[in-house]
Write a new protein. Structure first.
Length: 171
């Protein structure tokens, strides 16, 4: 499912608005709003409002939350030009083109994978429960302690190594 939003004749030049597109396209729409909130240019403010409007319309159409939306298309195209003139030298007129832009936003819902439900096999009921024999826990604990004490004893040095040490110190 998709939700489309077109914004026509916005008073920002397309060149200035396209500056933010590479960074925004990689993000989710909710993340891009946070990113644009801290940008101070007019293009960022206009893109912020356009994306916010597209998200709210997608919520109503697709009935999903904003964190489950993705950009399918985000583009800025050139719109009309307002042509104005400024007086120039020698009586000439210098043209001023005030460019406008069209913003197209298409949002799509992320498909969450649904795990297939496995059929549960019926379990046979147990007829009788056998009593568990008591374990001699005291004897087993004592035997474990004796094994640990054996492990903690340091090995005795060999006689050969003691002779070598004595020879070194006697010289």
């Amino acid at each position: 499912m998709e939700a489309k939003a077109y914004f026509i004749n916005l008073r920002v030049s397309p060149k200035k608005a396209r500056f933010y597109l590479p960074a925004i396209k990689k993000m989710k729409p909710a993340e891009s709003l946070e990113f644009l909130m801290y940008e101070s240019t007019d293009a960022a403010v206009i893109l912020y409002k356009a994306i916010k409007s597209a998200i709210s319309s997608a919520k109503q159409i697709l009935k999903v939350e904003d964190n489950l939306l993705n950009f399918k298309l985000l583009s800025v195209e050139q719109g009309q030009k307002l042509k104005r003139y400024r007086p120039g030298s020698r009586g000439n007129a210098k043209p001023i083109n005030r460019r406008m832009s069209h913003i197209k936003i298409i949002l799509e819902a992320i498909k969450t994978p649904v795990k297939p439900v496995k059929s549960v096999k019926s379990v046979k009921s147990v007829k009788s429960v056998k009593p568990v024999k008591s374990v001699k826990s005291v004897e087993s604990v004592e035997s474990v302690k004796s094994v640990e004490s054996v492990k903690s004893v340091k090995p005795v040095k060999s006689v050969k190594s003691e002779k070598k040490v004595k020879k070194l110190f006697n010289k």
